[in-house]
Design a protein. Structure first.
Length: 179
């Protein structure tokens, strides 16, 4: 489904360009299927790692599986979302006519489901912008949405802050709002 869109998406930019999108961290490939997130500044990633583990244990799996944290707490090892393209890039391609309306509607529906599940775990992402959501396909070839970057995530708050933040990005690209 939406094969042309998938090719436009995957070949639009390189893995390295996507890994460089981070503000406070470097993402490095680490063995096949794994990446390491390393802080650019002296900053402890223990909180982020523990939040990832808590989310994973609560049964939320539309995210990279956390695999470990270094002794100095400056880097997290996690599963790589293979060919995961940031939503920002997806929306830019949509704006340029390289992604169809139907494909975008499908992705927004998937995103809605993933977010509902995320919020149902009492989690608030805290930094839900369009580079912290990845779009791609699973191993069966079905479109999939993942959430990443849990440095500002907490449990037990009001998820409306996530919703309104994301809504701003979607409206900017002329995509109909989340329901
Ligand atoms: N597990 C992953 N698999 C594939 N790509 C990833 C993965 N984690 C991060 N990336 C890519 O690297 C970019 C930067 O990662 P991330 O958002 O975690 O860092 P960051 O924004 O610097 O973090 P922070 O907000 O804590 O400073 C993402 O936008 C994404 O494109
Ligand atoms: Mg980020």
């Amino acid at each position: 489904m939406f094969q042309k869109e998938y090719i436009n998406l995957v070949f639009n930019s390189s893995k390295q360009e996507r890994f460089n999108l981070g503000g406070c961290a470097y993402i490095y490939p680490y063995l096949p299927g794994k990446v390491r997130k390393v802080t650019k500044i002296e900053f402890d990633l223990k909180f982020e790692y523990e939040t990832m583990v808590a989310l994973w244990r609560k049964g939320f799996h539309s995210m990279p599986k956390p695999l470990g944290i270094s002794k100095d707490k400056n880097s997290i090892l996690m599963e790589e979302i293979q060919d995961g393209v940031p939503l920002q890039e997806f929306l830019s391609l949509y704006q340029r006519g390289q992604i169809s309306e139907a494909c975008t509607t499908h992705i927004i529906e998937l995103l809605q489901k993933v977010l509902s599940e995320f919020w149902s775990k009492e989690a608030v992402h805290g930094d839900l912008h369009a580079n912290n959501i990845l779009i791609g396909k699973d191993i069966q070839g079905a479109w999939k949405v993942w959430i990443i970057d849990f440095g500002a995530t907490f449990f037990g708050g009001d998820y409306q802050i996530d919703r309104s933040r994301l809504q701003i990005f979607l409206e900017h690209y002329g995509v109909s709002a989340l329901s």
